[in-house]
Design a protein around this ligand. Structure first.
Ligand SMILES: [Zn+2]
Length: 100
């Protein structure tokens, strides 16, 4: 985390971005918005000088098919990559491995 202080202007900007995201999500569907954002981000990075889209986020399953990882979203978690969520099958494998 940055040590830079959060200003009122930064908070207003964040609220405006949130409002814009909610408006777009309601209009085109939140899952669709996230899938399109991921695809667009990967394409942008592939076109950039780095020539790779690997830094872009990918979209996972809907919450109905996911379970909490149990790591509290730790940035060091190799199971969920700090998302805090796993598929049910991966959670079974994780629990079995950790309890063996
Ligand atoms: Zn995790």
């Amino acid at each position: 985390m940055s040590d830079m202080p959060v200003t009122d202007e930064m908070m207003r900007g964040r609220l405006m971005e949130r409002r814009d995201v909610i408006e777009l999500g309601r209009r085109i569907g939140f899952g669709n918005m996230m899938s399109l954002a991921s695809e667009a981000w990967q394409a942008e990075l592939e076109l950039s000088k780095s020539g790779s889209g690997i830094a872009a986020f990918v979209v996972g399953p809907c919450k109905a098919f996911a379970v909490p990882c149990g790591c509290e979203g730790s940035k060091d978690c190799d199971w969920c990559c700090a998302t805090g969520w796993l598929t049910k099958k991966v959670k079974e494998i994780k629990d079995a491995k950790e309890n063996s």
